[in-house]
Design a protein around this ligand. Structure first.
Ligand SMILES: [Zn+2]
Length: 175
């Protein structure tokens, strides 16, 4: 593509207006492609970059999880909700222990990830128990609070995935 553009430019210099237009059109295409590339690169980077929860099905389930936890995000309950991602990458059903500040989730062999909520008044970061669970199960354990998403990883570390907000029925997570 670069060679083509180069030769068009050379011809434009010698052959006049018609080719000049062609050359500038070609430049527009290149600039447009570059802009698209930068947009996609930014888009990919601004998204969670968390493969275990990146599929549309899991993202949709995270929105449902967030909705289920809405009352807890406003302090009306302290119930935690959760789901796991199965071996095929599909989200399992959302469950809740209906106990205060605790959540006994069902983890099946082969499950790839855990996602659970942290109610208002609790630390958005993973608890010691969350970190232990990530290590024990060998999968990332995500903490979804009203405005943040964190994850405890199987290596015993944790990090902030990003900020959370709901827009037009979609849960957006941005860095
Ligand atoms: Zn937790």
């Amino acid at each position: 593509m670069c060679d083509e553009l180069h030769s068009l430019r050379l011809r434009a210099e010698t052959e006049g207006d018609t080719v000049n237009k062609k050359a500038s059109f070609s430049t527009d295409v290149v600039v447009g492609a570059l802009a698209l590339f930068l947009f996609l690169a930014c888009y990919a980077n601004c998204q969670t970059a968390e493969p275990a929860i990146g599929s549309p099905a899991v993202q949709a389930q995270m929105y449902r999880l967030y909705s289920a936890a809405a009352a807890s995000y406003f302090g009306q309950t302290s119930v935690e909700f959760s789901f796991t991602v199965d071996a095929a990458g599909s989200p399992r059903e959302i469950t809740s222990s209906n106990e205060r500040d605790t959540n006994h989730l069902l983890f099946y062999p082969g499950d790839r990830a855990i996602v659970h909520t942290h109610p208002k008044g609790t630390d958005p970061r993973p608890s010691d128990g969350d970190i232990a669970t990530a290590k024990k199960c060998g999968v990332p354990n995500y903490e979804l609070s009203v405005s943040e998403l964190w994850v405890a990883t199987p290596d015993g570390k944790y990090h902030r995935v990003g900020s959370v907000r709901v827009k037009h029925g979609v849960l957006e997570v941005t860095k």
